[in-house]
Design a binder for this molecule. Structure first.
Ligand code: ASP
Length: 311
């Protein structure tokens, strides 16, 4: 008798997550940067929302067809990198010297393999190169000239650095937080998690400055026992506090829910106005939180969820 109840309970738990929602087969969550969208005009708002929608649709289609979490993260981030409305790839903000220096990272929650690149100036899709570092080398992070040489050897698409100068950033406050770094976290149909982040960094940064986006455990983290996380905001703060890893650590060692872990970081670890986080747990719970006035973000899952927002 007891055994039968136990089986029934197990079955119920397997199809519902802690919020009582039906556990989705797949989930994709994206962000397009934290910051303040208050003064944006309609054109800017629409460009952002359209960009988020396109990326989310790409992820939803791939996951519905059974694509892996890592492949989906790469493809979704690539859509956002090609969109000049975001501070990643084509739309990257510039250093004090007027150049684009791009950072990106990706992590596979199943194997905890990861790859990252920092400070590249001529690579069209940094997230693709980050994935190549993960799959084609024994290293985790390549930077600068060496990363660019590696890109050439791997037949990555290289562009003239002017490619990144074509977009304008009317809302880029030179000393403030720029809203536009991109990230994606995924739970796939096979039960695997992955996370990726890509950015041009903070506007007016010193040449050579590297933020949290290519640092595993700071801007990006994924592990199948807990969650996948991507951050956006003042990178230095995310590095100081190992933010992405801390979400997983709170879940792993303190038994916190994903929502409580992210709330703790947003409300207590980070100072107000510093940034935001997206995360998905191994049971498909979604978190999108920020302590800035806004964060471009969106989420979709196999239960029919499909939403994008700027705040
Ligand atoms: N976190 C990024 C960096 O510090 C910037 C951002 O998310 O807006 O490079």
């Amino acid at each position: 008798m007891f055994f039968r109840w136990f089986l029934l309970l197990g079955l119920l738990m397997s199809i519902q997550n802690v919020n009582g929602e039906e556990t989705p087969k797949w989930v994709v969550v994206i962000h397009g940067g934290a910051g303040d969208p208050t003064n944006w005009d309609d054109a800017k708002r629409n460009a952002r929302l359209n960009g988020l929608e396109q990326a989310l649709r790409k992820g939803a289609e791939m996951l519905a067809e059974g694509a892996t979490a890592v492949d989906t993260v790469q493809a979704v981030v690539q859509v956002l990198e090609d969109d000049p409305a975001f501070n990643a790839g084509r739309g990257a903000v510039l250093t004090k010297d007027g150049h684009a220096e791009l950072d990106a990272s990706i992590m596979d929650g199943k194997t905890r393999n990861c790859g990252a690149i920092a400070g590249v100036t001529n690579v069209k899709n940094p997230i693709r190169l980050a994935k190549c570092v993960m799959t084609e080398t024994k290293h985790v992070l390549l930077a600068g000239e060496g990363a660019e040489q590696f890109a050439a050897n791997q037949n990555q698409e290289l562009v003239d650095p002017d490619y990144f100068l074509s977009s304008t950033h009317p809302d880029a406050n030179p000393d403030g937080l720029y809203l536009g770094t991109v990230g994606c976290v995924v739970l796939d149909q096979h039960g695997n998690l992955a996370a990726g982040t890509s950015t041009g960094g903070t506007p007016n940064k010193l040449p050579g400055r590297i933020g949290d986006s290519p640092i595993i455990g700071a801007g990006t983290y994924a592990a199948n026992d807990t969650c996948a996380v991507s951050g956006t905001g003042v990178g230095e703060e995310y590095i100081r506090n190992s933010v992405a890893y801390d979400v997983a650590a709170q879940m792993r060692y303190a038994g916190r829910s994903i929502n409580d872990a992210v709330t703790q970081i947003m409300d207590q670890t980070l100072k107000p106005g510093v940034g935001g986080l997206i995360a998905v747990s191994r049971t498909g719970e979604i978190v999108m939180q920020h302590n800035t006035p806004g964060m471009s973000c969106g989420s979709a899952d196999s239960n029919g969820r499909f939403e994008t927002r700027l705040k």
